[in-house]
Structure formats: C-alpha cells, structure tokens
Design a binder for this molecule. Sequence first.
Ligand code: APR
Length: 343
Amino acid sequence: MPLYIVRNDITKMQVDAIVNAANHTLLGGGGVDGAIHLAAGQELLSECRTLGGCETGKAKITAGYNLPARHVIHTVGPVWQGGGQNEKELLASCYRSSMELALERGLESIAFPLISTGAYGYPKDQALRVALGVLEEYVLKYEITVYLVIFDKTSFCLSEELFSRVASYIDDGYAAVREEEEGQRRERQMTALSYVKRAARPKKHDWSILSDSAPTPDGAERELARLLEELDESFSRALLRLIDEKGMTDVQCYKKANVDRKHFAKIRKDEFYRPSKPTVLAFAIALELNLKETEALLKKAGFALSSSSRFDLIVKYFIERGNYNVFEINEALFAFDQSLLGA
Ligand code: APR
C-alpha cells in the first residue's frame, strides 16, 4: 500500500495507530509525546504505567483513548551523539519495531512522526532517509498504508545537496521555457510576415492528390493503421500492455508506483479510466520509462510534460538521472510543496 508524506498534527490522524516518539519511562514528556498524551487523556498514562518502560529502538502498544487513532505505538528513538553511537541502527529499529507490532496486530494504517528529530537532535535529513528507507521496504511488501507526518516544514528537509540540485534544475527549466516562448513569438512574427507576402501571389493548386488512382504505398497504409491503432489504445490498455512488456506483475507495478490496490483495480476494470497526471507519471516511474516513453504514456491520458510546471520538472529530473525510486521522488516533491506521485 502507499507511503504518504503529509503535513499534519499526528494527534489528528484517523488511522489504526499513531507512533509516539517517547522516552524510556513512557510516562510522557514534551514534543509529540506531550501532544499525544494531552489529546489521548489520563487513561493513556495509566496504561503506560503498566508497561514498565521501553528500551531505545523497541516499541510497545496501547489503546488510543480520546485520540481518533485506535492505538498508540510508543517507541524510543536514539539521542543524537554525532553518529558514532549506533544511532542510525537504533532509529531504523524504532520504525521496524513499530511496523512489526502494527502487522502483528493486523493494523491497516499507521502514522509516524519524524522520530528523534526534535529534542533528541537527530539531523532531520539523515533521519528522513532512515525513516523512508525502512518504511519503503514495508509498503512494498505488505498491504498497510503508512503516513509520515510532518508537523512543521522546518522539521522536513531534503539533503541540502539534492535540494539545491533540484532547485537549479527547476530554474534552468523555467529559463528554457522563457527562451522557447521567445523563439515561438519570433516565429509567429515571421510566419505572419511570410503569410502576408504569400497572399499577394497568384494561387497554384495541385489537384493530383484528388485522383483516386494516386497509389498510397503499402508502407504509408501500415503506418496509418499503426497510428490509428495507437490512437485507439486507451491509457489503461497501454498501461497493462507495458506491464506485460516489462515482465512485471500488476502488484509489483502498482506498489512501485505507490498506488494503492483499489485504485489500480479501478484502472484495470475501466478501459476508459481517466487518471490524474501524478498517477500517470507514477506508473511511468514504476515501469522505468524513459522520457520519450513517458511522454507517450502521458499522451494516452491527454497530458504532456511541461517545463513551466515544477512538478513535471522534478519528475523529469529523476527520470533523466535514471532514479526511479518513487519514494525519493516524493521526498523531493514534498520538499517543493508539490503533490506526490501515486499516493
Ligand atoms: N505531530 C507530528 N509531529 C510532531 C508533533 C505533532 N503534534 N509535535 C512535534 N512533532 C515533531 C517534531 O517537529 C519533530 O520533528 O516530532 C518530531 C520529534 O520531535 P520530539 O517530539 O521532540 O521527539 P524526539 O526528538 O524523538 O525526542 C523525544 O522528547 O518529548 C520528549 O518525552 C519525549 O524525551 C522524549 C524526547
């Protein structure tokens, strides 16, 4: 099932479980821990008292009480001490233990904060990579919907280097559009000028094309038939054809596209399904199409890549570099306040 990155207050999430970035005592604190206990009410603390604390990297589950979420999974992240005290493995273990607990209980949806990136000082971009690295594994393997909940934009940052590379790519893309528009404007002026000149000349008609004896060479007929065939192929027919051509299964494809099962079933059932552009591009990424193939698939759904759209430029950036990891692309899209692929 898909992995969503959302801006929200985790205490508002209507999911089977929200994850709490707790401390060893499990008896509450500040940050997200404080917010969860405040929203859940006194009974949460009473149940936590019975758990006997929790070790770093481990997770324990309670009811959600007054929260919209049915459960709270409490986990204790590592305190950042420079990276040499096994922090990365311990942080990954927080996400893994929480996911394992959710799967054990048959939960279908779970929301995480960015564990350890507040009071525990874990560098946000590194923590994000660790979180997504573990969560991707689970959403590709299991039917569980996962939310990574970003409370405030400052607590979400892409690695500086990737952020600036994508930002300059977007600027170059915009510059190219301005140049192209300038070129088109000049061309329109030239065309208007040549049209005026031509209108002054006497007309000469070539009637031969009307004679039905004019043979159309076989190749042209084949080309026409192929074009008509292509024209008739709907988006969903093209998608199913490409899945077969790539030797993928439906499940592999929609998971790699970060699209959920029900959404894919709708596309498969309705030959004239009209997908959104992010959905088309999500499948282009899942199928690892190059730019030309991506444009062709977009055309089936009536879309085209545009250099004046940040969203398109960011997806183009990753396709041109052969990076088809939909979760990494979504990280960049989220960082630039764009809608996400698939989910
Ligand atoms: N919803 C979602 N995310 C939130 C919320 C919220 N309501 N409140 C804070 N966050 C985010 C912060 O922006 C940060 O990115 O949660 C992330 C984790 O920050 P902390 O809550 O400080 O957790 P952590 O860094 O793991 O430190 C845990 O702090 O609150 C105490 O008792 C807790 O001792 C423990 C320590």
